[in-house]
Design a protein around this ligand. Structure first.
Ligand SMILES: [Cu+2]
Length: 426
């Protein structure tokens, strides 16, 4: 969402709060009728899409009108790693579509790629003819055509949209995005911060500039909102805030166990609906399978820089080569020179593992190191599907605050000889 639109919505919400004197997001009774013409629901906290944006809309005779444009997009996964993808409205992945339960929405889709396409509304209860399955429920949208989808939002939650024509190719090229429908009358306390992520995986062979849709298992670019760490923007929250993280997965072939450090959350919703409170269990990792969304809620009660990442170890790397010889524990000095003739340095593994030799400057054009970015203590040996939750006391500005400054004595550090003697450690 653009800063301007967020400010507009927050101001509007504040104005309605002042006028009505009631708490935000609880001003509408459950049986509230259709929205008065020309008045969009603004009675919700806008969702934040790190590295992304929300799709703007206008209100015409009480209907929220959106316009998705399917088009080629030159996308940057991280500085130095770009590809020719397909996206919506100049973005990969597409912008967040955000509305409120009960809204009537009209979504125009203009096709500007050289192939037919459609849009399917994943998890959403729509009339069958609006379901977007090419050939089954509608004619595909030919290049140059604009189709109209129109329906009333009958549920709330976290959903997705994606091409349902030539799915293997079009989704591999980037044609997907998230949908958030806010409840009309929440019966639980709303979050104070609300983030959304689309998980994705790409086959972008080193040196090439177009994702390969034919790949079935060897994906080498794993993304959160189509960015790889360290290009993923952090979530910056204030200590004590109720935080919601919505995660959808439309990777081609992989499920992602998403793990949050330092906190415990409950899954409060899926793309199928709200999880009843009696069925919620505390978790620190949630498996988000292909074609699923999961909504996590927790209180950010621990200041610090906390990683959130997929727990598949090959999914926290970027542009790894899976045919690399295993040299862990091997001294390669005798054949280093010969190896260097056939294997780029950045794909090599040293006797200490894959992190050895990172940060060198031998990267080929349009590629990334397998792991890494720098943080307060040096090199972070993760890349790919990783971001950071930054929890800070008393902040009101959510710009990146930099690295966490730890209270004295709270960082794991080199043990002193006196400590080792005291505790009988040899
Ligand atoms: Cu994963």
């Amino acid at each position: 969402m653009s800063h301007d639109r967020r400010q507009f919505l927050l101001r509007s919400a504040a104005a309605s709060l002042a006028a009505g004197g009631a708490a935000r997001a609880t001003t509408l009774p459950p049986d509230a009728g259709p929205q008065p013409p020309g008045q969009p629901f603004v009675d919700y906290l806008p969702v934040e899409t790190p590295n992304g944006a929300s799709l703007p809309f206008k209100v015409v005779d009480g209907v929220k009108v959106f316009h998705l444009v399917v088009e080629p997009v030159r996308h940057t996964f991280a500085p130095g790693l770009e590809a020719n993808c397909w996206g919506y409205n100049g973005r990969v992945h597409g912008p967040l579509i955000e509305a409120v339960e009960g809204d009537r929405v009209r979504i125009y889709v203009t096709n500007k790629i050289e192939a037919p396409t459609t849009v399917h509304w994943h998890g959403m209860f729509v009339p069958n003819g609006m379901d977007g399955v090419g050939g089954l429920t509608q004619c595909s949208i030919e290049p140059g055509e604009t189709f109209r989808y129109e329906f009333t939002l009958r549920q709330h939650g976290t959903f997705m949209y994606h091409s349902h024509h030539d799915e293997m190719v079009q989704m591999a090229m980037g044609l997907m995005g998230m949908v958030v429908v806010h409840p009309r009358a929440p019966n639980e306390p709303p979050p104070e911060r609300d983030f959304v992520y689309m998980l994705g995986e790409w086959a972008l062979k080193v040196g090439t500039e177009r994702p390969d849709p034919n790949e079935m298992k060897d994906f080498n670019v794993l993304t959160l909102n189509a960015k790889v760490f360290p290009a993923t923007a952090p979530m910056v929250v204030r200590t004590g805030q109720r935080v919601r993280i919505r995660i959808g997965n439309l990777s081609a072939m992989d499920h992602h166990p998403m793990h949050l450090h330092g906190h415990s959350f409950v899954v409060t919703g899926t793309d199928g609906g709200v999880v009843p409170p009696s069925a919620r269990v505390p978790e620190t990792t949630v498996l988000v399978a292909v074609g699923q969304t999961r909504t996590l809620d927790f209180v950010a009660d621990a200041p610090g820089d906390w990683a959130m990442h997929c727990h598949m170890t090959h999914h926290v790397m970027t542009q790894m080569g899976h045919d690399v010889p295993n040299l862990v524990g091997v001294d390669p000095s005798l054949f280093d020179a010969k190896l260097a003739e056939v294997l780029p340095t950045f794909l090599q593994m040293g006797k200490g593992g894959a992190a050895e030799g990172d940060g060198d400057d031998t990267l080929p054009k349009n590629s990334q190191p397998m792991v890494g970015g720098t943080a307060g203590f040096g090199y972070v040996t993760m890349g790919g599907m990783v971001t950071v939750l930054k929890v800070r006391d008393k902040i009101t500005d959510y710009a990146d605050p930099g690295h966490y400054v730890h209270p004295k004595g709270t960082v794991a550090d080199l043990a002193t000889a006196a400590e080792l003697r005291r505790d009988g450690i040899e």
